[in-house]
Design a protein around this ligand. Structure first.
Ligand code: GDP
Length: 365
């Protein structure tokens, strides 16, 4: 599955957040209890209001949300790239993720030690990012040596890779993460093959105290300013509140608790949705009397490829897909109404599925 790594210094609230994500008692997750792959990998339901609407209109007995993974990556301290703390293990864990959530401590609490003895989320961010940049620099320098030999033998792929490495190294040496590099479409594949830690998309998570959960605070404002300058997203959350919310099973109790704190929706929902977008994921739906279900695909995927998410046979035997846009489905009160209005399209194998499409695949077995 697609994975977001939760990264940050010790004592910033990573585990609190991870536990909230995986323990959440919200209705969507309840049908699909947290399943443990590894202790630090959480399989999480993606909150999706459109799924509820579709299920209501379609009279579906069950709602099955899309899912994604969060990984709690502990052990980063200053010097990790040189093997301090959990060093290499930590870096290997990050390498396996598709995107990074930087959890930054934006709360004061004298009872919770700060490893650098000062609350400064942007300094924390730089400490962590520096370790990742050093790790990238080291792996690039190593690869460079082998590649130079191949370039001398006129290996075309090696020429391309070396060119990309020589673009990344000065950037990193200048203290900039590899995601800042402008990469042409033709180079994207080779660029991804470099597997750079700092090339992964990032989301900034400002973990604030309970009183600032709805508004943010001066610390989180700095995080947001940085994110904006970088063109990245940021989310304000209070991990502590979320961990308490996650334990409340009663929907009314949850609503009351959120109202008392001026929260419109659980911060976790915003965080999960932001993580889902960060991974570049989109959703299409299937709907029937038994279940309404959200399925995950990537931008640009064709109808057969999307059908393959459900089952390989759907892709191999693909004939066509009856397709209804979400807005049309809702506006016409469901499939029958949409059909009468001429809003159900017959799409073939070249159709690129759009976020929110409601699909019914026709296939040969
Ligand atoms: P990790 O080392 O980054 O995984 O941090 P933890 O999640 O273990 O949190 C470290 C300590 O900070 C724990 O005692 C948490 O209860 C506390 N903590 C986490 N988030 C918050 C918060 O938003 N406010 C306050 N006051 N304490 C928090």
């Amino acid at each position: 599955g697609f994975k977001c790594g939760i990264v940050g210094l010790p004592n910033v609230g990573k585990s609190t957040l991870f536990n909230a994500l995986t323990q959440t008692a919200n209705a969507q997750a309840a049908n699909y209890p947290f399943c443990t792959i590894e202790p630090n990998v959480g399989d999480v339901a993606v909150p999706e209001p459109r799924l509820n609407t579709i299920a209501e209109i379609g009279g579906s007995a069950q709602r099955i949300p899309a899912r994604m993974n969060f990984v709690d990556i502990a052990g980063l301290v200053r010097g990790a790239s040189k093997g301090e703390g959990l060093g290499n293990q930590f870096l290997a864990n990050i390498r396996e993720t598709d995107a990074i959530l930087y959890v930054l401590r934006c709360f004061e609490d004298d009872d919770v030690t700060h490893v650098e003895n000062k609350i400064d989320p942007m300094a924390d961010y730089e400490t962590v990012e520096t370790e990742l940049m050093l790790a990238d620099l080291e792996s690039l320098s190593k690869r460079r040596v082998t590649l130079e030999k191949k370039v001398k033998q006129n290996d075309k792929d090696a020429v391309q890779t070396l060119r990309l490495i020589d673009l990344a190294i000065p950037l990193l040496e200048d203290g900039k993460p590899a995601r800042m590099a402008k990469i042409d479409d033709d180079d994207l594949k080779a660029w991804k093959m470099l597997q750079l830690l700092t090339a992964k998309p990032v989301l900034y998570v400002a973990n604030v105290d309970e009183d600032s959960a709805a508004t943010g605070n001066d610390y989180s404002a700095k995080v947001f300013a940085h994110a904006e300058a970088e063109g990245a997203q940021a989310v304000v959350i209070s991990a502590k509140i979320e961990s308490e919310l996650a334990l409340l099973e009663d929907a009314e109790e949850r609503t009351e608790y959120m109202e008392a704190l001026d929260l419109k929706e659980p911060g976790l929902d915003r965080l999960i949705q932001a993580g889902y977008r960060l991974l570049g994921l989109q959703t299409y739906f299937t709907v029937g009397p038994k279940e309404a279900r959200a399925w995950t695909f990537r931008d640009g995927w064709t109808a057969p490829k999307c059908a393959g998410v459900i089952h390989g046979d759907f892709e191999r035997g693909f004939i066509k897909a009856e397709t209804t846009a979400y807005d049309d489905y809702v506006a016409h009160g469901g499939e029958a109404g949409a059909k009468d209005a001429g809003k159900v399209r017959q799409e073939g194998k070249d159709y690129k599925v759009k976020d929110g499409d409601i699909m019914l695949f026709k296939f040969n077995v």
